[in-house]
Each structure stands twice: as structure tokens, then as C-alpha cells.
Design a binder for this molecule. Structure first.
Ligand SMILES: Nc1nc2c(ncn2[C@@H]2O[C@H](COP(=O)(O)OP(=O)(O)OP(=O)(O)O)[C@@H](O)[C@H]2O)c(=O)[nH]1
Ligand SMILES: [Mg+2]
Length: 645
């Protein structure tokens, strides 16, 4: 008999009504008994499913980490190594993504070259009260140190503490902030992160994305180059002048650089390429809710498609119709719209995981509570046209890019352009999906993406994708084990949504992109990327549901970290506790590794297997060996567990 505790609010809520009749009591008890029975049955089913999976040798791996940490790239490495035939077959399909990545880079450059009054402020999030307080005139930007919540180092907490959550609730998966709408991904330059104002001698932007944090209006050189009389407005960055009705018309160049205007005019067809790619990559979808009503949500698929259509039709509006939405498509890669399974009618924008856009098999949900999609590759659908057919297809986007190649190369090679980018602290070469150093090759009419290109392409994931495969015989690996790798979209609210579903995976590969110590999150420009990784790691380690899952940590993007440190960016400016240590790659990576290990030791509810690697998952040579170690470790553990059953 349950005894109710007077002080416990839960007990108070569960207590039977005071005037309950014997019949009512009997009914209630029957209901409670039925609920217990259903719960026990669900537990038994989960256990049986787990055992069956172990017997059938199904290994499940979960990839976790913040957005842009390299999860999907790690997945692609698995595909490249263990299903090489399927991986090769699909390379051609990445061409469209690479095309979008290129158009996005060119767009960013053209936007940066615009007169300051023409550049839109693209960061839509209003600064929070705490950020305003930090950024206000009476409170100058504080010394840019990162309050890394590393156990036992209270000295790490600085006066910026108010801007960050000191920790996520222990045991909770991850705090689900408001879903970052597409417009928040625009290539904005106005970070609210206080560190954005800090600058290293190297000229690296501090605490920002790959984009500049400086205020262009206060840039004296730019201001003098662009007369203030230019009317502001939603121009396309490709448009040669805001005064001309047609960008091709003869006019007095307003910015004093006719060479740039000529390039801008020559690159105008890229507008069409972008529209084409959007129309192609964002197909009409059965997932799209029909009850959106007449209101088109900015950044939503109807809005995006409307933009694409208006561009294709040569609408006078051009890019100014909904510039943010278009920028977002390029920034996000491929997006779709569906209802969040957890949040009812809330809309999510997501990369259609898998085959639909690649033209392969079918995305399907295997269980009502655990949506999963089969990602491209692995088990190839027989209906897929082979890559040779695709290669032969006329690709208008590629043709246009080819025709624009000279102008793009000239733009990227222009020392003045580089100077502006440097001054605005736009570091495209460090960002994802950077192909400007390969323009001649990738715009070739017969271009087929190489393995490296596929690994470097940027395609944001939203939602959950489960990639199922058996190692191809050609790889010389044992067959018969089915691998399931789950790749989740890494933006904050998504991780929060999905993590609790994966308590029964064999291992988690957690990616912490440690090169991001001087950057902020794309979806929340008030949060430092390294700090976000640390907090997410802490939440994963301490999560009770995941207590039995082995952890593999990839301290990723070490190639970028090494370059950054060599260029003179100092870790200590962001992580105070780093103190006087050497600013070398070896010392920094070792230090961060020890901090992540300490969090694991301190917060894991039970002892478990833990491995840590410094990785650059875009690098095929080094990553191959690391993935092989992970594979062996996971299989060993899996067998051990199966024997215990
Ligand atoms: N230089 C370098 N680039 C990397 C590395 N790892 C990933 N990238 C690039 O970073 C970008 C983002 O990687 P993704 O694998 O798409 O990141 P993700 O974690 O799946 O991100 P979401 O899908 O948004 O959650 C891609 O363009 C990758 O090529 C790395 O170690 N070094
Ligand atoms: Mg991804």
C-alpha cells in the first residue's frame, strides 16, 4: 500500500480525492493497475528488442555534437571506408551542394564589397538584456575570456558569466532554446557576443563566426570609398548599381571601383543558378504541412520556393524580395519543412535527410516514437539512376558556373577584395563548404566531386538520419554485422529533442570542434562555440539515461586549430585558466583533452569505456585509422555485451 507523504508535491497531486466512494476507489485502482501493466509491457518490449538486436549483431552508433562540429562528415567517412562503392556512386550528387556552397561564398564576398549603407544588418536576434548591459556605453566590452565551466576551476568564471548559463541541469539532455529560425543563420556581421570586439594581433576576428564582427560604418576606409548619398535598399549583391534599372545598363559606378562593378555584372547569372538550385533541391514535399494557411512564414519552404520562382521569372524584386530567406537556403544547404514530432505544430526547417533530394530510396519513419530515415548509400535503391547517367545530364547550374568561372576567380584573386575581406574579418577559407581555391576544377564542365570534395561540402542536417549499412566485402572486413549510424542535426533545440531516444546505442561519438574557441554559434551568437561544446559534453556525460553507453570523444577540427594558433590567436584570451601555458597546438590540444576527460570522470554516473582522439575528420589519411579503432572497440564491446545476455 502506497503511503502518501504530506510534504511531497508529487504525492499531493497523486493522492486520491478525499471523498472517494468504494466504487470510485476500485475504478481508480484498476486504472492504476492497467497503467502499471502497460508500462511493464513497454519495458519488456524494449528489452526484448535490444536483445534481438544484439543477437542479430546490429551495432548502433550515435553521432553527437553542436552544429558544424563534423558529425555528418564523420558519417561520410564511415561510408567512404566501409561502403566505398555506394559512396563513389553518390559523389556526383554532391555537385549541387558544392555549387550552392560556391554561390554562397561569392554572394558573401559581393555583399562585403557593397557600400556600407547597402549592407543589410542580417542578424535578426535582438540582444538579450544581459548582452545589452555588457555592450552598453557605460560598460565597455570586458576582457574576452571564456568562462569555461571546467570542474574545480572557479577562477574561470569571469564577469561575463551573466551572458552564459553556468551549466545545464545535470542529467538533462541539453537545454532546448528557441529553435533558431532560418533568418538567424544569415551571414550576419553584428555579433552580440562581447568577445566579438576583441581582436588578436593576427587580425582574426574574435568570438565571431567566419564573418566579420566589425561595424562597417565605422570603417573609415570603406566609408570614404562609398559616398553616403547612395540610397539604402534591398539590392542584390550581384546588382551593379542601385541606380540602374538593369544591372547591365551603362551608369556611373557609385563605389569608385569599376573593376568590381564589372565583376558584379559578370556574376549576375549566379542569381539564376541559386534560384535553380533552390528549385531543384527543395522539391515539393509530402511532408509539407498543408494547413499552413495563406500566411507564408518567412524562411519557410513556400516562401523560399516563391522567391526561387520569382527569380527564375526575372521578377523585378529579384533578391530583394526575401533576401534573408534566400541567403538562408544557401547557408543551410537543403531545407525542408515539417512539423516537429515533439512540438506539435511548431515548424522546423531541416535538411531532407537522405534520398529524396539525392534521388535514391525512400525516407521512412520506422517507429512512431523514434522517427528515423535511411540515408543515402549503404543499401542502394535499384531505382536509382547510375552516376554515369547523371553525369551526362545537362547541368545548367554547372554550365553557368563554368561561364562565370573567370569572373569568380578574378574576384577571389583580387588583392583589394582580399583586403576588404580581411578588414571585415571574413575568413571564408576557414568556414565550411569553401571551394574558392578550387574554382577552375570544380566549375569544369565534367566536374565530378572527389572524395575530399564530398567531405568538405557543407550540408546542414536538421532532424535525425539513420544510416544503415553492412561493410562491403571489398573492404575486407567481416560482414554479417549491421551498422546503424545515427546523425542528428546539431543545433541546440534539436539535440535536446533527440538525445533521450538513444539510450540504447552501443556508443556515442561526440564531436567537439575545439578550433571554435574564438567563435560563436550560428544559431545563437551570444554563445561561444567551445563553451557550448563543453556544456553539451557535460550534459551527455551526466545524463542518467546514457549512463551505460560508451563514449568516444573526437576533439575535431584540429587542422584549423593548428593554423589558428600558428597565426597567433591566443587561447588564453578565451580560456583564462589556460594561463601561461605555451600557445602551441600540442599544449592546447593536450590541455583541452584533459579538461574534457576530467568532465567525463567527474560527471559520469557509472564507470564506462572512454576514448578520446584529436581529429580532423575531413582528412582521409588520419581519420581512416581512428575510425578503424572506433569500429574495433565498438564491435568488441558489442560482442562482450551479447555474451552477457
Ligand atoms: N577543416 C576542417 N573542416 C571540417 C572538419 N570537420 C568538419 N569540417 C567541415 O565543417 C563543415 C560542417 O561539418 P558537418 O559534418 O556538416 O557538421 P555537422 O556536425 O553535421 O553539422 P549539423 O548538420 O549542422 O549538425 C563541413 O563543411 C565539413 O567539411 C575538420 O576536422 N576540419
Ligand atoms: Mg550534419
Amino acid at each position: 500500500m502506497h503511503r502518501y507523504n504530506n510534504d511531497d508535491p508529487l504525492d499531493v497531486a497523486l493522492r486520491p480525492p478525499p471523498n472517494e466512494s468504494p466504487e470510485e476507489a476500485a475504478l481508480r485502482e484498476a486504472r492504476e493497475e492497467e497503467a502499471r501493466r502497460v508500462s511493464a509491457q513497454i519495458d519488456a518490449e524494449i528489452k526484448a528488442e535490444r536483445q534481438a538486436r544484439r543477437k542479430k549483431r546490429i551495432v548502433r552508433l550515435l553521432l553527437l555534437g553542436q552544429s558544424e562540429s563534423g558529425k555528418s562528415t564523420t558519417l561520410r567517412q564511415f561510408q567512404r571506408l566501409y561502403t566505398p562503392t555506394a559512396f563513389r556512386e553518390e559523389r556526383i550528387q554532391w555537385r549541387a551542394v558544392i555549387q550552392l556552397n560556391i554561390v554562397r561564398s561569392i554572394r558573401t564576398i559581393l555583399h562585403a564589397l557593397e557600400p556600407p549603407t547597402h549592407r543589410r544588418r542580417t542578424t535578426s536576434a535582438a540582444p538579450s538584456a544581459s548582452m545589452l548591459a555588457l555592450a552598453g556605453p557605460s560598460s565597455p566590452p570586458p576582457v574576452p575570456a571564456l568562462p569555461l565551466p571546467i570542474p574545480g576551476t572557479t577562477a574561470d568564471i569571469t564577469d561575463q558569466g551573466a551572458a552564459y548559463p553556468s551549466s545545464y541541469p545535470s542529467g538533462s539532455a541539453y537545454p532546448g532554446g528557441a529553435y533558431a529560425s532560418a533568418s538567424n543563420y544569415a551571414s550576419g556581421s553584428n555579433s552580440h557576443y562581447p568577445n566579438a570586439h576583441a581582436r588578436d594581433a593576427s587580425g582574426y576576428a574574435s568570438g565571431d563566426d567566419y564573418y566579420a564582427a566589425s561595424d562597417p560604418e565605422s570603417d573609415p576606409e570603406l566609408s570614404s570609398r562609398y559616398p553616403s548619398s547612395i540610397s539604402p535598399g534591398g539590392r542584390s549583391p550581384y546588382a551593379a548599381s542601385s541606380f540602374s534599372s538593369s544591372p547591365y545598363s551603362q551608369h556611373q559606378a557609385p563605389n569608385g571601383n569599376p573593376a568590381w562593378d564589372a565583376l558584379r555584372a559578370a556574376l549576375l547569372p549566379l542569381r539564376h543558378v541559386e534560384a535553380l538550385l533552390i528549385a531543384r533541391l527543395v522539391p515539393p514535399s509530402e511532408d509539407e504541412p498543408t494547413r499552413l494557411g495563406s500566411g507564408v512564414v518567412p524562411g519557410s519552404i513556400p516562401a523560399l520556393r516563391a522567391d526561387a520562382q520569382s527569380l527564375q521569372e526575372g521578377s523585378a524584386n529579384g533578391w530583394s524580395g526575401s533576401p534573408t530567406a534566400l541567403a538562408d537556403v544557401v547557408g543551410l544547404g537543403l531545407v525542408g519543412l515539417r512539423e516537429s514530432p515533439r512540438h506539435g505544430h511548431e515548424q522546423e526547417i531541416f535538411v531532407r535527410p537522405g534520398n529524396r533530394w539525392m534521388g535514391g530510396g525512400h525516407a521512412k519513419s520506422k517507429s512512431p516514437t523514434r522517427p528515423s530515415f535511411s540515408l543515402l548509400g549503404g543499401r542502394h535503391s535499384g531505382s536509382t539512376r547510375n552516376s554515369n547517367d547523371r553525369e551526362k545530364e545537362r547541368d545548367e547550374a554547372q554550365e553557368t558556373l563554368h561561364a562565370c568561372a573567370h569572373a569568380m576567380i578574378a574576384l577571389w584573386a583580387d588583392p583589394g577584395v582580399r583586403e576588404v575581406l580581411k578588414r571585415r574579418k571574413i575568413r571564408l577559407e576557414e568556414g565550411p563548404g569553401f571551394f574558392l581555391n578550387d574554382l577552375e576544377r570544380v566549375t569544369g564542365p565534367h566536374y565530378l566531386p572527389t572524395d575530399d570534395d564530398v567531405l568538405r561540402a557543407r550540408l546542414k542536417t536538421v532532424g535525425v538520419a539513420e544510416y544503415t549499412f553492412e561493410m562491403e566485402v571489398s573492404t575486407g572486413r567481416e560482414t554479417g554485422t549491421e551498422w546503424r549510424i545515427i546523425d542528428v542535426g546539431g543545433s541546440r533545440s534539436q539535440v535536446a529533442t533527440w538525445v533521450p531516444f538513444f539510450d540504447d546505442v552501443d556508443a556515442i561519438i561526440f564531436l567537439a570542434p575545439i578550433a571554435g574557441f574564438d567563435q560563436v554559434l550560428a544559431e545563437d551568437r551570444t554563445v561561444n562555440r567551445l563553451e557550448d561544446s563543453v556544456l553539451l559534453w557535460k550534459a551527455v556525460c551526466s545524463n542518467k539515461l546514457l549512463a551505460g553507453v560508451d563514449l568516444v570523444l573526437f576533439l575535431n577540427k584540429c587542422d584549423i586549430l593548428e593554423r589558428k594558433l600558428k597565426a597567433g590567436v591566443k587561447l588564453v584570451r578565451y580560456v583564462r585558466s589556460y594561463a601561461e601555458r605555451e600557445n602551441t597546438f600540442e599544449a592546447v590540444s593536450q590541455y583541452l583533452r584533459s579538461k574534457f576527460s576530467a568532465i567525463h570522470r567527474e560527471y559520469s554516473p557509472n564507470p564506462r569505456k572512454f576514448y578520446a582522439f584529436c581529429t580532423s575528420v575531413t582528412d582521409t589519411t588520419t581519420t581512416g585509422g581512428i575510425i578503424a579503432s572506433v569500429r574495433d572497440m565498438v564491435v568488441r564491446q558489442h560482442l562482450k555485451q551479447s555474451k552477457l545476455l
